[in-house]
Ligand binder design. Structure first.
Ligand code: ADP
Ligand code: MG
Length: 323
C-alpha cells in the first residue's frame, strides 16, 4: 500500500488491482515510474492530465503492453503469467474508436460476447441486455458508422460488459461528449458500479469530472502517484464559507465590501460571496459565521444561506497533492 494513501482494505480481501513499483519507459519517456497503487471495489476514478500514464497503466494491466519493470495483480492474478484469466474477468472500453463502421452495434456486441466464449444464444441475450442498459434502443440495428459520438461510446461500453465481467476498465468514456451526454455517461458508470456490483476503474483527464461518481480517486502526474484517497477525503471543507443574499450583484458586492472591512477576505463567485478561510484572529469556530450574519443584518440584507465552501479535486493540484 502506498505511503500517501489513507485507505484500508478489509483483512483478507483481494484488491481489485495492486501494482508494485510498476514502471514503463518508452525510450526516454517514463510513462509510469515506480507506481504503487491499490484499487478496491466500487468505482475508482483514475485522473491526471493528458500524458499522465492512465492509458498505459490500463494496457499493462490487460497484458496489451509489457511493463519495463515492476509487477501487478488484477483480482489476485499476476499480469505476467495469468493474462488469459485476467482477460476473462475484465471488460475494457478503450479510449479511441474501435468500432467497425459497417456493422450494427447489435451484431458487434454479440460477436464480442462469442469471442469471450459465450454460446450463441447466451451471447444474443446478453447483448440485448447490455445494449438496453447503456441506452441503445432501436439504433442498435443500424450500422455504427452513422452513430453520433455518444452512441459510439455506448456501443463501446456495451461490448465491455457483454461477458459479465467482475471488473471494467473504462478509458475516457466521456471523451468527445457534449455536457448533457457527459452527465448521462457518468450516471451509467455509477450504475455499473453501484447497481451491477462490477468494480470500475474509470479514467478522465478532466480533473473534477469523476468526483461525483467515484468512491475513490487516484491522481497520476507524470507517471507518478500524486494522491490516492476516498473521494470524501478529497472533498473536505476548505474552511471557507459561501454566502448568498437577496438583491442581486449590487447586494452581493455591498456585503463583500462590508465583510472585507470586518477583516474577512472574500470575492464574488457567480451570485455568491466566497469567503477565504478566515485569518488567525477570526479563525475560532463560528466567528466568521457570526460576522457574516451580523454584517448582513446591519446592512438590512436578506440572507438566503451561509454554507461551508467544499474543496474540489482541482484544489489537489493547486496545493501540490497534500490538501
Ligand atoms: N507507444 C508509445 N510510444 C511512445 N510513447 C508513448 C507510447 N504510449 C504512450 N507514450 C507516452 O507515455 C506517456 C503516457 O501516455 P498515456 O498513458 O497515453 O497517458 P494518458 O492516458 O494519461 O493521457 C505520454 O508521454 C505518452 O506520450
Ligand atoms: Mg489516455
Amino acid at each position: 500500500m502506498s505511503a500517501v494513501t489513507g485507505e484500508t482494505m478489509p483483512v483478507g480481501a483481494v484488491p481489485v488491482v495492486q501494482t508494485s513499483r510498476l514502471t514503463k519507459s518508452f525510450g526516454a519517456v517514463h510513462a509510469l515510474a515506480d507506481l504503487d497503487i491499490t484499487v478496491g471495489e466500487g468505482v475508482t476514478g483514475l485522473v491526471g492530465a493528458n500524458g499522465a500514464g492512465k492509458s498505459t497503466l490500463i494496457k499493462i494491466l490487460l497484458g496489451l503492453l509489457e511493463p519495463t519493470s515492476g509487477a501487478a495483480r488484477v483480482l489476485g492474478h499476476d499480469i505476467a503469467t495469468e493474462g488469459d484469466r485476467i482477460r476473462q474477468l475484465v471488460g475494457y472500453m478503450p479510449e479511441h474508436d474501435c468500432l467497425p463502421p459497417d456493422v450494427s452495434a447489435s451484431d458487434f456486441v454479440v460477436h464480442m460476447g462469442r469471442m469471450s466464449g459465450l454460446p450463441a444464444t447466451v451471447a444474443r441475450e446478453r447483448a440485448a441486455d447490455v445494449l438496453r442498459h447503456v441506452g441503445l434502443d432501436e439504433e442498435r440495428y443500424r450500422q455504427m458508422g452513422g452513430y453520433s459520438t455518444g452512441m459510439k461510446q455506448r456501443a463501446k461500453l456495451a461490448q465491455a460488459l457483454v461477458h459479465d465481467p467482475r471488473l471494467v476498465f473504462l478509458d475516457e468514456p466521456t471523451n468527445g461528449l457534449d455536457p448533457a451526454a457527459r452527465v448521462d455517461m457518468l450516471q451509467l458508470v455509477q450504475r455499473i458500479g453501484r447497481d451491477f456490483g462490477i468494480a470500475v476503474l474509470v479514467t478522465s483527464h478532466l480533473l473534477g469530472e469523476l468526483e461525483r461518481v467515484s468512491d475513490h480517486v487516484i491522481v497520476l502526474d507524470g507517471g507518478r502517484l500524486l494522491r490516492s484517497s476516498a473521494t470524501a477525503d478529497f472533498l473536505g471543507h476548505t474552511g471557507g464559507l459561501l454566502v448568498e443574499v437577496l438583491g442581486g450583484d449590487a447586494a452581493r458586492d455591498q456585503l463583500g465590501e462590508a465583510l472585507a472591512q470586518a477583516g474577512l477576505h472574500c470575492r464574488p463567485r457567480g451570485p455568491l460571496v466566497a469567503i477565504d478561510p478566515p485569518p488567525e484572529a477570526l479563525a475560532a469556530p463560528g466567528v466568521a459565521h457570526d460576522i457574516v450574519r451580523d454584517t448582513t443584518a446591519d446592512l438590512g440584507l436578506a440572507l438566503v444561506r451561509i454554507e461551508p465552501d467544499q474543496a474540489h479535486l482541482e484544489d489537489v493540484f493547486l496545493t501540490g497533492g497534500h490538501a
